[in-house]
Design a protein around this ligand. Structure first.
Ligand code: SF4
Length: 669
């Protein structure tokens, strides 16, 4: 009997219309656990690195995590994986909500799509019965609207539906996959779904999941619930409001946006409005937010309420998550929050990423002001900030006129536009738009996360360690007192010694070695969440979360019966981390790609930055170009990867230096 996982995947070949329920190898669960780990293994095994993200051969995977659907609070993530059309690297994006638990109750750990459907279709998974259905009538429908239509036509109000909007159908590189109160937004996987001809996947399941040691498991779940209650009643003191609690930082609860609106850059991530927030703005924003926010809502089996149902008069209802209420407002330089709620409604129906898309729009307006784009590119565009934002969003999603070029994101659009447009695509890492946060002094920990992260999304790499030092020793001592989540006591000393100014401050403190340790811990927690399918909002993202490296092995052991301890879990993390890196190395990723935007910090330290990268690579067991060495791979049961990299001339048998320099920069040309 398989525990916690189902042991079967659903394989759908869209070109041939073939559907199969395929038993999986339990050994792979021991090696990779599930979710991101087994997705990466399938991606490595099934396709050659030369494959185009829009090739029919690309497997598009919708995976649950190992703990998803069990009583573990917050275990509800869907991990979606393919190659990203924007970065050309492995694209993996997480979705909360209810979809993955429903998939497991239907009797599958993953759905793997290959091939392409000649017509637009949707998939209906109803326990053992799986159908590919015509979706001709859903062409051009909104992502939220589609979910409702499908539920109605199936007469299945409890079906969970993941859908794309027009952006996905048109292969816009920032297209998202929307579902209930959540979405998989980053890295353009909605475009891959649209390219395969899939409008939506509806799931209904009524089966059970087996747990190896149920009593022990329920006790662990109760401890987590108790801790969540404690943390909700005892917020972390002396840190900014959104870092005090759990969950994905509770944007829909908070009204006070002083920190974001004054510290994040407006427009195309260039303009800071230091005096923006005042009493009048706060009162206006409070009124608007409370008038449109009809209810706060949670994902499956989670007591936190990070999302909200939004009803703007005259527009259809949608669900807002995370940060979209601010990103469009700030990109368009609009002072009224109701604009943000209105445009986010259209953007959600279109199905686009709320971080990248506003930046692409502001980038286009900057190019127009600089004379690089012309009036002809904006023919018919209204003059006001609100009107022109709606106008351009429509053009991008429909791939009309200049919108067709912009739909590939700022990096690729700048390459096509030329005439110096590259200078304006300034907020990318690995060709993908980043948070519009620009700071003064280089932070060594964040430098490493930005540079080396392969999730390509800083908010899903950071966490655990405070973002800035505490001002006083009393505050530091208070913070470390109940810090049970640390994997090692040395992290407490780092917090105690970290000063806002002087010798023990950024950029030289935390030291290079400490920075590497901190980043490794943060990454480890994210990788574990992504194989288990637990929301980062209860684990890797907030300070002092309920899940951590000390209780996760107990959860895994009790759920699956696999004998897991901290060392074993660290080994699985390292294996999956190196597997993801190897996939990207085969796609051409190299050290030269690992650099934050040049203007991310005002004060840069090139020599220190090189040392940070060197130390990080060394710690990981990689050579100085960021490629895992043969020894590292062999120690992690990944000898087949080193053999492949040697065969391809990327690694040499006898030495760790790479023999062949490539980069994703050049591979697409
Ligand atoms: S913490 Fe928030 S985002 Fe995470 S599962 Fe719970 S409700 Fe969803």
């Amino acid at each position: 009997m398989r525990y916690s996982e189902i042991g079967f995947n659903l394989e759908i070949d869209l070109s041939r219309g073939n559907i199969e329920r395929v038993e999986t190898d339990p050994r792979l669960t021991e090696l990779h656990l599930g979710g991101l780990g087994t997705n990466a293994k399938i991606l490595w095994d099934r396709i050659s690195p030369e494959t185009d993200p829009f090739s029919p051969d690309i497997p598009l995977m919708f995976s649950s995590g190992l703990l998803v659907g069990t009583p573990a609070p917050g275990a509800n993530r869907t991990i979606i994986t393919a190659y990203s059309p924007q970065t050309l690297l492995m694209g993996y994006s997480m979705m909360g909500g209810f979809w993955a638990p429903e998939l497991k109750y239907a009797g599958y750990d993953k759905v793997i799509f290959q091939g392409k459907s000649p017509n637009l279709v949707y998939i209906w998974i109803n326990n053992d019965k799986v159908e590919i259905r015509d979706a001709g009538h859903l062409h051009g429908k909104g992502a939220v609207e589609t979910q409702e239509i499908i539920r109605k036509e199936l007469n299945q109000p409890n079906a969970q539906v993941a859908a794309i909007g027009l952006a996905g159908e048109n292969r816009v590189y920032t297209a998202s996959i929307e579902q209930g109160r959540s979405s998989a937004s980053r890295l353009g996987l909605g475009a891959v779904m649209g390219d395969k001809g899939i409008k939506a996947i509806a799931v209904r399941g009524t089966k059970d999941i087996n747990i190896a040691r149920p009593d022990e498991f329920i006790e662990l779940c109760n401890e987590v619930l108790k801790y969540i209650k404690f943390r909700n009643e005892n917020p972390v003191p002396n840190v900014m409001t959104i870092l005090q609690g759990l969950g994905s930082p509770q944007e829909m609860l908070h009204i006070d946006e002083k920190w974001h609106t004054e510290n994040f850059m407006w427009g195309n991530a260039r303009v800071r409005r230091r005096e923006f927030w005042n009493k009048e703005i706060e009162a206006r924003w409070k009124e608007v937010q409370e008038s449109v926010r009809t209810r706060l809502i949670s994902c499956y089996n989670c007591p936190m309420k990070c999302g909200a149902i939004i009803s703007v008069p005259g527009l259809s209802t949608y669900m807002m998550k995370c940060f979209s209420k601010l990103t469009y407002t700030m990109a368009a330089f609009v002072d009224d929050l109701d604009f943000g709620f209105k445009i986010a409604q259209r953007a959600t129906e279109y199905g686009v990423d709320g971080f990248s898309t506003p930046q692409i729009m502001a980038f286009a307006f900057e190019l127009k002001e600089a004379g690089i784009l012309t009036d002809a590119d904006f023919e018919g565009c209204p003059p006001d900030n609100e009107g022109r934002s709606f106008w351009l969003l429509d053009r991008i999603v429909r791939r009309e006129g200049i919108g067709d070029i912009l739909a590939d994101g700022t990096y690729w659009a700048a390459q096509k536009i030329g005439k110096g447009a590259e200078e304006y695509a300034h907020n990318n890492i690995k060709k993908h738009e980043q948070l519009p946060l620009k700071l003064g002094m280089l932070n060594p920990v964040y430098f490493l996360m930005y540079a080396t992260g392969e999730k390509i999304n800083i908010t899903q790499i950071e966490g655990q360690f405070p973002q800035v030092p505490f001002a006083t020793m009393e505050e530091r001592e208070e913070f470390v007192r109940d810090w049970i989540q640390v994997p090692d006591e040395k992290f407490k000393q780092m917090v105690l010694d970290w000063e806002p100014r002087g010798e023990r401050s950024n950029p030289y403190y935390p030291t290079v070695d400490m920075s590497v340790d901190i980043v490794d811990w943060q990454e480890k927690m994210h990788y574990i969440d992504d194989v288990l399918g637990v929301c980062t909002g209860l684990s890797s993202f907030p300070l002092k979360p309920p899940y951590h490296i000390h209780n996760y092995p107990k959860f895994i052991s009790a759920a699956t019966g696999i004998d897991m301890d901290e060392a074993g879990l660290t080994q699985v993390y390292n294996r999956n981390r190196n597997l993801v890196r190897a996939i990207n190395i085969r796609r051409g990723l190299r050290r030269s790609d690992e650099k934050p935007p040049q203007d991310h910090w005002k004060k840069r330290f090139p020599e220190l930055e090189e040392r940070l990268l060197d130390a990080y690579y060394k710690f990981k067991g990689w050579n100085m170009d960021g490629i895992p060495t043969k020894e590292t791979l062999q120690e992690l049961d990944l000898a087949y990867i080193s053999e492949d990299l040697i065969k391809r001339g990327i690694l040499r048998e006898e030495q760790d230096t790479p023999s062949k320099k490539t980069s994703v920069e050049t591979d697409k040309k």
